[in-house]
Design a protein around this ligand. Structure first.
Ligand code: AMP
Length: 289
């Protein structure tokens, strides 16, 4: 299968996209930080289904990493990523940080609302960095559709808010979380887990599913969450950043499930060298789902 072309300049990205557009073709963008796994590839496959041409961006965005975070150590695998995208992407856009943020770069795109709390608290500045780069990517690639994973649920809601607030002329398409055969949400950072840590990480989705089931049985929210937190500690997970029930659109914490069509459990917990993120829909009690 043909390898996708790779470009690191905005002008050649724009030239390619303009040529496709003048041929009447629809374009989808899949923003990633590379070190691609089956979760990313599922997004690219979805993009192929909904558009004629697919651009995958690979950019480890320094602005969305805190000073104590793993920007330098974040996995990078350019050649392997390109091979994995054969037949899935038409173009890989892989700019350098210096090209994205030339000297004197002074602009921040900041979204309030759904970026408050949770990842917003745990990673100060993270969402500003993310929304700034995503806005740039949207303006650079000018896609009709951008595909994001539900793995980063809060991020997805922040991006949806950004697109609505700024009337950006594209549609956001969400793809469900891609999991391994034990239910662990795939993540580029999982490669750092030891065998024991991996076995434990695979319990996280089980704890989430138990909390969901308890909530649907009518257990009070704080009780169900407290039981989940206790269980994570007892199983041997590291410090918990949050386990919470939120409105899936606004990310506002929920105190009860009554009448909530869009409740979502969010969790972030440390385990050895990584922070595991996951989330699960909690259908309302009467929904029959
Ligand atoms: P990242 O490279 O981690 O920034 O992720 C790029 C995109 O892939 C984001 O929209 C993520 O939500 C999505 N993604 C990452 N892992 C998964 C997964 N396991 N399932 C679905 N989407 C994912």
């Amino acid at each position: 299968m043909t390898l996708p072309d790779v470009t690191d300049t905005v002008s050649s990205l724009r030239d390619r996209v303009a040529a496709w557009r003048s041929a009447g073709l629809g374009i989808a963008l899949v923003p990633t930080m590379g070190a691609l796994h089956e979760g990313h590839l599922a997004l690219a496959r979805r993009a192929r289904e909904v558009a004629d041409r697919v651009v995958v961006s690979i950019f480890v965005n320094p602005k969305q990493f805190g000073p104590a975070e793993d920007f330098e150590r974040y996995p990078r695998a350019e050649a392997q990523d390109r091979a994995l995208l054969a037949g899935l992407a038409d173009l890989v856009f892989a700019p350098s940080p210096a090209r994205m943020y030339p000297p004197g770069f002074s602009t921040t795109v900041s979204v309030e609302g759904p970026s408050a709390g949770f990842e917003g608290d745990a990673r100060p500045g993270h969402f500003d960095g993310m929304t700034t780069v995503v806005t740039k990517l949207f303006l650079q690639a000018a896609p009709d559709i951008a595909v994001f994973g539900e793995k980063d649920w809060q991020q997805l809601q922040v991006v949806r808010r950004l697109v609505r607030d700024l009337d950006l002329p594209l549609r956001i398409l969400a793809h469900p979380v891609v999991r391994d055969e034990h239910g662990l949400a795939l993540s580029s950072r999982n490669a750092r887990l030891s065998a024991d840590e991996l076995a434990l990480a695979r319990r996280l989705n089980v704890v989430l599913a138990e909390a969901r089931d308890e909530l649907r049985r009518g257990r009070p929210v704080e009780e169900a969450l407290a039981a989940g937190r206790r269980e994570l500690a007892e199983l041997g997970f590291g410090p918990l950043d949050y386990l919470a029930l939120v409105d899936g659109d606004t990310i506002a914490p929920l105190r009860s499930l009554d009448g909530e069509a869009k409740a979502r459990l969010l969790v972030a917990v440390r385990l050895g060298p990584v922070r595991l993120l996951d989330n699960l829909e909690v259908p309302g009690p009467g929904s029959g789902a």
